[in-house]
Design a protein. Structure first.
Length: 202
């Protein structure tokens, strides 16, 4: 079973590789092998083209593209590929979007080695897998979530820069009470008396 690791943090990739190496030693019957590592979407696509994988361990928070878009890209690149989201985001919106994008499972990064091994083997076998915390989340009644755009870090920086240029200087002189009636959202940016504030969606 060939594994591709996609995570922008070097320490996270190192930890995951170490965890998988441990699984290969303690449970040789799994037949795991790490084909490559990638820090962003472009590297992931290139790695997949150079050496196809069976399962991709995919982080959602990537610098150049959201993990949801990366999931769609990789599945289109290699039909039948199993994507296992491995992230810290335990929110229904992310789970739903990842599954719609073609992911086969959703696991939190605090998962124990045994849970990760089960997740990999189940998605490889064509089944779905969710961490226990994620299962509990999905069993809860939705709380009127709003579909928010998933922005990369660079997109957040660009939006913040745009907001600094477009904000009406006259708003800065308003009192908090007055501002409550004219504060507004602009592409995910809340204009406040002290300046623009970018809403954090991820």
């Amino acid at each position: 079973m060939k594994i591709l690791i996609v995570d922008d943090e070097a320490l996270a990739r190192l930890r995951l590789r170490s965890l998988l190496d441990g699984l290969m030693q303690t449970t040789p019957g799994l037949g795991l092998s790490i084909t490559a590592e990638a820090a962003d979407a472009d590297q992931a696509v290139l790695a997949l083209r150079q050496q196809p994988a069976d399962v991709v361990l995919l982080d959602i928070n990537l610098p150049d593209m959201s993990g949801i878009d990366v999931c769609q890209t990789l599945v289109a690149e290699q039909p039948g590929l199993k994507i296992l989201a491995l992230t810290t985001f335990n929110e229904r919106l992310y789970v739903t979007r990842m599954m719609q994008a073609g992911a086969a499972g959703y696991v939190l990064k605090n998962a124990l080695p045994e849970e990760l091994a089960e997740a990999i083997t189940r998605v490889f076998a064509g089944k779905k897998f969710f961490s226990e915390e994620v299962q509990n989340l999905l069993l809860q009644a939705p709380a009127g979530e709003v579909a928010a755009p998933l922005l990369t870090r660079r997109e957040k920086e660009v939006l913040a820069a745009i907001a600094r240029d477009i904000i009406d200087p006259t708003l800065r002189g308003l009192q908090n009470e007055e501002f409550e009636f004219c504060g507004f959202l602009y592409f995910g940016i809340m204009l406040t008396p002290s300046g623009p504030k970018l809403l954090e969606y991820n």
